[in-house]
Design a binder for this molecule. Structure first.
Ligand SMILES: NC(=O)c1ccc[n+]([C@@H]2O[C@H](COP(=O)([O-])OP(=O)(O)OC[C@H]3O[C@@H](n4cnc5c(N)ncnc54)[C@H](OP(=O)(O)O)[C@@H]3O)[C@@H](O)[C@H]2O)c1
Length: 435
């Protein structure tokens, strides 16, 4: 199948825009495999074309004139990644009127001017997609609109602002509010002016969009009652902990007896609830409905490349697929070899029944160390001349742990064949085999 060259444009070439440009170049083969198309950025609107960019644009791509994009009939889709309400909203309206599909990462624009923008898109018969405007990399809009098309969702609970969640989890570790905010700023999770996040306004915009999509009734930012986390003190956090709960900034959108309620407020969440386990700058959205019971999506809610992945996915959806792209079949395009047995890495729980005598532990530790396996935690139970050792190792290849256990099983102090179970304690950080 011949590949089709598809010129695309960006409004904005900052954190997200340059990441979109990078993804389109670096994932060009993946996109082509999926769609039969190669998306090429031919224009990007900026304020200052001379500024240094994280991923420089090709010569002649940057422009300060929206007409260069609006009036170019070859441009098939435009990604709005410049932010703000004005002039952004008018630019998007002009693009839609010119028949160009738009994808946007701009929650404030969608939450404030959605009615007007979607009306213009419908009138022009083009798509306006907005996956990246809510929770960046988490594909919640796609799930709500496509996967759950025949499901009635009656409640959405979400942690939809990473900055405030980072601050609250820092406070759980003992920081005061100001100290936690300063740490969030130092690590790049909070803006120099954090008002939009800590006041709850950012979360409110996202909940307005989610409620609109889930319930099919327009919800704007003005319809969302919200309160931020500025008044949360270490006393709240400590009291919550004592009661087995965690303080979280929760967005809640509910359909109650045919009426809508959308709000954002700090809440105490039971430690066993999935939202209490969402830590740091992560986001999570829990969808509740009759047929689905409960689905929770969790992931990074911000970041250039994370947001760009959702923007590019929307662009791919707009462009669609031809031939046998992955949206039509099972997506097998290569044959991967199975990993050699024993190479998968994980922390392991090891249980050893040994004689309770001096030097046993040293023998066990030595055998593990010989195979490069180090001990993370150890608990020992003694009983009438014998001892049970419960060991949690640091991450190691399964084969090395097995080899060490075989030797340990052969020690004269060993009373039974030792065995190992993988421990899953991490959150899927790259490199962690079992996660
Ligand atoms: N960053 C994230 O993690 C993230 C996550 C989710 C959603 N978003 C959303 O994505 C959008 C972009 O965010 P960002 O972080 O990429 O912002 P950014 O780094 O500030 O980039 C904004 C870009 O838009 C251009 N721009 C702004 N106003 C303009 C104007 N009036 N005319 C022409 N160009 C203009 C800027 O040009 P110059 O470069 O010349 O100044 C810059 O290239 C926002 O709506 C944001 O809410 C961001």
């Amino acid at each position: 199948m011949a590949s089709v060259d598809v010129p695309v444009a960006l409004l904005g070439y900052g954190t997200v825009g340059s990441a979109v440009s990078r993804l389109l170049v670096e994932s060009a083969d993946d996109i082509e495999r999926a769609t039969g198309h190669r998306l090429r950025v031919v224009r990007a609107l900026v304020r200052d074309p001379e500024k240094e960019r994280a991923f420089p644009a090709d010569p002649g791509v940057l422009t300060t004139d929206i007409a260069d994009i609006r009036d170019d009939p070859s441009i098939a889709v435009v990604a709005e990644v410049m932010g703000g309400i004005e002039p952004t909203g008018d630019y998007v309206l002009a693009l839609l009127a010119a028949g160009k599909p738009v994808v946007s990462a701009n929650k404030q624009l969608i939450a404030r001017r959605g009615a007007e923008l979607f009306g213009a898109a419908s009138a022009a018969g083009v798509q306006l997609r907005f996956e990246a405007s809510v929770c960046a990399a988490i594909p919640v809009i796609k799930v709500l609109r496509e996967a759950l098309v025949v499901t009635t969702v009656h409640r959405i609970l979400g942690i939809v602002n990473g900055t405030t969640n980072f601050i609250l989890t820092e406070m759980e570790k003992g920081s005061g509010y100001d100290e936690a905010l300063a740490e969030a700023q130092r690590q790049g999770f909070a803006e120099a002016d954090p008002t939009e996040d800590v006041s709850g306004a950012d979360a409110a915009a996202k909940m307005a969009i989610l409620a609109t999509v889930a319930f099919g009734s327009r919800v704007t930012l003005d319809d969302v009652e919200y309160e931020g986390i500025e008044s949360i003190t270490p006393l709240h956090v400590a009291a919550a902990r004592e009661m087995g709960m965690a303080v979280r900034l929760v967005g809640a959108a509910s359909l109650v007896g045919g009426k809508l309620d959308v709000r954002v407020h700090p809440a105490l969440v039971d430690r066993r609830h999935p939202l209490a386990a969402v830590e740091g700058a992560f986001n999570a959205v829990m969808l509740q409905g009759d047929a689905i019971r409960e689905i929770t999506l969790e992931g990074p809610g911000a970041g250039g490349i994370e947001t760009a992945s959702a923007v590019v996915a929307d662009m791919v959806s707009v462009i669609g697929t031809t031939g046998t792209g992955f949206l039509q079949n099972d997506a097998c395009w290569r044959e991967l070899e199975p990993l050699e047995p024993g190479r998968l890495r994980s922390p392991f729980y090891v249980r050893l029944d040994v004689e309770d005598r001096a030097g046993v532990l040293a023998h066990v530790a030595l055998r593990l160390a010989t195979h490069g396996v180090s001990i993370g935690r150890l608990v020992q139970h003694q009983d009438n001349g014998s001892a049970t050792l419960h060991i949690v190792t640091h991450e190691a290849p399964a084969g090395d742990v097995d080899a060490a256990l075989e030797e340990i099983g052969g020690l004269e102090e060993s009373r039974s064949a030792p065995s190992a179970l993988p421990v899953i304690s991490d959150r899927g950080v790259p490199g962690l085999g079992w996660a």
